[in-house]
Design a protein. Structure first.
Length: 222
């Protein structure tokens, strides 16, 4: 009968094996979120453009990325980028690039919905004041779209944090990898995977509660 023993998971063990992976998971989440939102906003503006040479490439990029499993994209970039640049890129850097490009497709759709939620009359008012398209978007539309979509953007970021565990496919040292190595070294894989699951749940659930409170506050402001 299986007996669980968590006594080996001391603060020293956690700091030696898990802390490094936890820091990288947070860094990967933050960089992919910021880069993904920036690139996703550009893609959203391209898709909303009336010019086919902007809308078609953006739509093809977003639809392609959203149609492929993330783990396959991770493997493709990890294997193909070194061939393209002629030198190895490293698992961590490859993961950062992959997640940023992949998440941009999802943030793009969120931002597109946010931009479309702004009444067209505000765009017309910006033009009436003599603003150009870029000024209208940057000063009038995008600030309101970001506020409207902030809870959804943060929810997607929570999903992004959970998905960082997929970098195991290329050997990057993330939070789950740290628990896995600790479990192998102490011959307690069941305990380490259970603790990892609890930690992912606690972090994700806590952030979800914060997003819900933020959503309520934004609803009150409206």
């Amino acid at each position: 009968m299986l007996t669980l023993d968590f006594a080996f998971l001391t603060p020293q063990v956690l700091s030696s094996y898990v802390l490094k992976g936890f820091v990288f998971s947070l860094q990967l989440t933050a960089i992919a979120m910021l880069g993904g939102i920036a690139l996703g906003t550009v893609l959203a503006l391209m898709r909303l453009s009336s010019k086919p040479w902007l809308t078609l490439p953006a739509a093809a990029y977003v639809n392609t990325m959203r149609s492929i499993p993330l783990v396959m994209v991770i493997l493709w970039f990890f294997l193909l980028i070194p061939l393209a640049i002629g030198r190895p890129l490293g698992a961590e850097m490859s993961a950062i690039i992959t997640f940023t490009l992949f998440e941009a497709a999802y943030y793009s759709e969120i931002m597109r919905a946010g931009i479309q939620s702004i009444p067209r009359g505000q765009v017309a008012a910006g033009y009436a004041l003599g603003m150009r398209y870029g000024q209208t978007m940057g000063l009038v539309v995008l600030p309101q779209a970001f506020r409207n979509m902030l809870p959804v953007l943060l929810t997607q970021t929570i999903i992004l944090f959970q998905d960082t565990s997929l970098v195991y496919a290329i050997g990057a040292y993330d939070l789950l990898k740290g628990f896995e190595i600790a479990g192998k070294n102490f011959n307690r894989p069941v305990e380490t995977y259970l603790v990892a699951a609890v930690l992912y749940f606690v972090i994700s659930f806590s952030l979800s509660m914060l997003v819900r409170r933020l959503q309520q506050r934004i609803a009150i402001i409206r």
